[in-house]
Write a protein that binds this ligand. Structure first.
Ligand code: FES
Length: 402
């Protein structure tokens, strides 16, 4: 703070000062010297100023238009998935690019308008400030407010309602473009939909819950098949993404991720029909958020010493054990099975579960065992779920009791 500047002002003296006097005092108190200052348009009603104002308003108007376009695309564009050769695929494929384009252009227009406004209307100024330490006193605080007022007045935004309105609307809409997509993840987790291969949408159900409704649900292996091209056309007829897994398909000491596959979705083995299209159903099963299960075939000598959970003694089929793959910490896939130690590892926060102790946690933040799926092998050698999970899979939530 400059030594020559009087800092001893009473409240009354400060109150009697005009905003301009307080602003000047503020710059002096902060050791700021305005070396050069020039109004951009010193004459009133300058036609050049009007032209410049139109140029700035154009950018803010574009921010508003693109912001509105984003909202229109977000709400009304056909967004539902279309697969190859399905009607509307072209329109659907534009959905995400259009969201990015409109929100990006809205934010860029807003930024360009703000930069152009500053360069066009805020007075040209060169100021030099000497730095000082320590907290600000009352006189500094009062003068700072005056300086902010002064900035508002010299910016001339107060007398340019069209630009101010467009800038405000553009900022609000560009902000909405960031916030609005979050609306898509707001869902009611307690509201059930029709029961399907991904459960009914609540936290209590999975595709395996269909066993309770009388369906035979096989353990389906994902073989990674995709649509095939025939004479320039893509088709999923006869493509089975999930196939029933047999006990002999797994080596001792190995693990495979499996998904629920109901009898009516089966298109493999003796029941294969090259004209049937079950691909979409299989993908719904794979994408079911709580569907994935680790099928582990323990080495026989390890399986002999497995500790079985009370009430779940018959959930395994010989050396085969099936655990939910959804980590009971916060829901990552517990994808790593270590054959030597029989540990299952979640890569997110390093929780470890013991496959020889009904999937109980032995290290890391997870506190509950991985739910075990009751399984069996049918007369054809295919593995199927003989019951549903007896508890909800995945992380804890308030209503769960186990
Ligand atoms: S989600 Fe598995 S350890 Fe955190």
């Amino acid at each position: 703070m400059s030594d020559e500047v009087n800092t001893q002002y009473t409240d009354k003296e400060l109150s009697n000062m005009s905003n301009e006097e307080l602003a000047r005092l503020g710059t002096e108190l902060d050791g700021v010297t305005v070396a050069y200052r020039k109004e951009r348009f010193p004459m009133t009603n300058d036609p050049a100023e009007k032209r410049a104002a139109r140029g700035v308003a154009l950018y803010f108007a574009l921010a508003v238009i693109f912001g509105l376009a984003f909202i229109a695309v977000y709400l009304f564009w056909p967004w539902e998935y279309k697969h190859l050769e399905q009607d509307g695929l072209w329109w659907y494929s534009l959905y995400t690019p259009l969201l990015g384009l409109t929100s990006g252009l809205s934010i860029i227009s807003l930024g360009m308008g703000a930069v152009k406004y500053t360069k066009t209307f805020v007075p040209e100024e060169i100021s030099v400030q000497t730095r000082h330490d320590g907290p600000s006193d009352e006189v500094d605080r009062r003068t700072l407010v005056a300086l902010l007022n002064d900035s508002w007045q010299t910016s001339t935004l107060g007398r340019r309602p069209v630009i101010a309105g467009l800038a405000g609307a553009g900022a609000a809409l560009a902000g909405l473009a960031v916030i609005l997509p979050l609306g898509g993840i707001v869902k009611n987790p307690w509201k059930p939909k029709a029961m399907g291969i991904a459960g009914d949408g609540t936290l209590w159900t999975t595709g395996w819950t269909l066993v309770e409704q009388g369906h035979k649900v096989y353990l389906g292996r994902d073989n990674g098949n995709v649509a095939e091209e025939h004479d320039g056309h893509y088709s999923t007829d006869g493509i089975s993404r999930l196939v029933r897994i047999r006990a002999i398909d797994l080596d001792a000491g190995s693990m495979e991720t499996v998904f629920p596959l109901t009898e009516d979705m089966v298109n493999d083995g003796a029941e294969y029909d090259p004209k049937r299209d079950v691909y979409e159903d299989h993908m719904h099963s794979i994408h079911g958020p709580r569907n994935s299960v680790m099928l582990i075939r323990l080495r026989h000598e390890d399986a002999q010493r497995a500790v079985l959970r009370e009430g779940q003694e018959d959930f395994h089929a010989g050396d085969y054990f099936a655990f939910s793959k959804i980590c009971t910490h916060i829901g990552c896939p517990t994808s790593l099975y270590e054959q030597q130690t029989n540990r299952i590892l979640c890569p997110c926060h390093q929780s470890q579960f013991d496959a020889l102790h009904y999937g109980k946690p032995i290290f890391g933040p997870a506190a509950r065992a991985l739910p075990q799926l009751p399984i069996s092998v049918d007369e054809e050698g295919y593995m199927y779920a003989k019951g549903n999970f007896v508890e909800p899979v995945g992380p804890a939530f308030w209503e769960r009791r186990s």
